[in-house]
Design a protein around this ligand. Sequence first.
Ligand code: GSH
Length: 208
Amino acid sequence: MIELFSENTPNGKKISIMLEEIGYDYKVTKVDINNGEQFLEDFKKISPFSKIPVIIDHKKNKTIFESGAILIYLAEESEKFYNKENRLRINQWLMAQVGYIGPMLGQHHQFHHYNSGKSKFGEDRYFKISKRIYQELDERLAEAKFLSGEDYTIADIATFPWIARHEWHDIGLAKFKNLTRWYNEISKRDAVIKGFSFMNKSELPPKA
Ligand SMILES: N[C@@H](CCC(=O)N[C@@H](CS)C(=O)NCC(=O)O)C(=O)O
């Protein structure tokens, strides 16, 4: 049994989608990050930066923080979505998600969606970077079916919930043909639909 400490955010959804994809039994423990629960002493013991997601694999007595590390752990355990022959490429797209795509779109959420009008510099900067990310992903997906090649992998699972916030981004996902094709294909997967609604049963991936 896996215990998933999480919240209803893109980083949280990466792991619920993965757990659904690999068919693992899991229970969700909500960490209410809007009310500061991430800073509670007990949570800090398993999450040094006070961030969700974290998992505990109770059977193996292992605790893992950082979404990329969790995805790799679950992929290695299940031997799914992390093909050994393609690991170098999968790792690159996965690291690009955790180190660039997520943090930049996250700032765009802060400046454009939650706090618009407070900082023109911040709004302009992250709007521009987010548009660039859409363009860069679209270019990659013009040459490959999925981010790391012909197969759906943990790099796609990590990236999908961020693009699923496209309505907040105001960039116009439909203008990016290849990214939209990828998004629509992943949106249809049963495990993605189930994992997406892990905290809100009626929540579906928004249409492109
Ligand atoms: N690099 C981390 C980022 C995780 C992250 O930013 N989590 C956010 C929610 S999406 C969080 O816990 N924020 C609470 C805080 O920073 O106080 C990962 O990929 O797991």
